[in-house]
Design a protein around this ligand. Structure first.
Ligand code: SF4
Length: 376
């Protein structure tokens, strides 16, 4: 049986970034404590007790706002109910300036061995425009503290295509990130979500529209620089030093099971059932306190859905999809099923065959939504 991943959502932040549409709210001590109780109750009532798991991921929000004692209680509960591998990857999302050296040492002593670090940009004006609660000096200080605390697997989040961002500014950003030699880089193009302050600023002309063409140039430039520095581009938005891919996130792209806990958390049984929890923090807590299930949506996938997901999730990985394995798993030849689309995208330079593998090219990675739309 494939080992599962366990995801724990912590929906609290010290301030609200202008582009954010995640299920998060401002940190309140009493609500955070109620939330941790609710999480522990939800984990205790999971239908998947006893399953083998080899990754744990604390995402958010800003999970590093919880105390080490709170994280310890959640981890102890996961260990009580799941068969967690001793060599598990345990990731904590950490924002610069949200923790001091002592707290990081305490996190590390809990067995947390990977930090996903929300640097976003090293330009203080861009950080301010995004409403981030930290400066680039905080980023450098927290990163140094992470290293001193023994975190030898750190991933940087970086955002490209910010309003007003120049290519020169982006190049400076990437150079600063690479100079710090993080083991992993996650790279996002800014998306403007309706209802966020950023969308309103753009609508009112306070900030310019993001330039998608420029963001594409930034993406290609970053891939070249990171490749030269020895990073492997293993997923559309992710690069790593050899051996440091995110084991947890790879489960999402290879249809392995994962069980999510907390508000807005999603789960997949690894076969054909997906489900998700209440998005609202208070609703989630109150539902659990009333002894009810926080699940609000459950979806039974058809075989066609499962094949489509295997295709568009698997293609996110730059190694591509193995046609032979696809045929063995589903009894269908991908060329018979999607031959015309595969040919069309190959001719357009977005996909390429390599023996039995079909994969995105670098240009295809940038235009991946266009490719995936054909397979859904
Ligand atoms: S730190 Fe992340 S989750 Fe929190 S408000 Fe900013 S973007 Fe949203």
């Amino acid at each position: 049986m494939t080992a599962a991943g366990l995801y724990v959502h912590i929906p609290f932040c010290s301030s609200r970034c202008s582009y954010c549409d995640f299920a998060t709210g401002l940190y309140q001590r009493e609500l955070a404590e109620r939330y941790v109780h609710a999480l522990i109750a939800e984990i205790g009532s999971s239908s998947y007790h006893g399953e083998h798991a080899d990754t744990i991921y604390f995402g958010g929000g800003t999970p590093s706002l919880l105390t080490p004692v709170q994280l310890d209680r959640i981890l102890a509960t996961l260990h009580d109910y799941f068969a967690i591998d001793r060599a598990s990857e345990i990731t904590l999302e950490i924002n610069p300036g949200s923790v001091d050296a002592e707290k990081l040492r305490a996190f590390r002593s809990l067995g947390i061995n990977r930090a996903s670090f929300g640097a976003q940009t090293f330009d203080d004006r861009e950080l301010a425009k995004l409403g981030r609660s930290h400066s680039s000096a905080d980023t450098l200080k927290t990163f140094a503290d992470l290293r001193r605390a023994g975190f030898d697997n750190v991933s940087f989040d970086l955002i490209a295509g910010l309003p007003g961002q120049t290519l020169a500014g982006w190049q400076q950003n990437i150079k600063q990130a690479l100079d710090l030699h993080p083991e992993h880089l996650s790279f996002y193009l800014l998306e403007v979500h309706q209802g966020t302050p950023l969308a309103e600023h753009i609508r009112r002309g306070i900030q310019p529209e993001p330039d998608d063409d420029l963001a594409g140039v930034m993406y290609q430039w970053m891939l070249e620089q990171a490749s030269e520095a020895g990073y492997e581009h293993y997923e559309i938005s992710n690069l790593c030093q050899p051996g440091f891919h995110s084991r947890h996130n790879v489960k999402y792209w290879t249809a392995e099971p994962y069980y999510g806990f907390g508000c807005s958390a999603h789960s997949y049984d690894g076969h054909a059932v997906r489900w998700s929890n209440h998005r609202d923090v208070l609703k989630y807590v109150e539902t659990i306190e009333s002894g009810l299930s926080p699940v609000v949506e459950e979806q039974q996938l058809s075989q066609t859905d499962v094949r489509a997901e295997a295709l568009f999730l698997g293609m996110r990985l730059m190694r591509g999809i193995d046609l032979r394995r696809y045929r063995e798993s589903f009894g269908v030849d991908l060329r018979d099923e999607h031959g015309a689309d595969l040919d069309r995208f190959c001719k357009a330079g977005l996909l390429e065959f390599d023996g039995d593998l079909i994969r995105l090219t670098r240009t295809g990675a940038l235009l991946s939504n266009e490719v995936f739309a054909a397979f859904v």
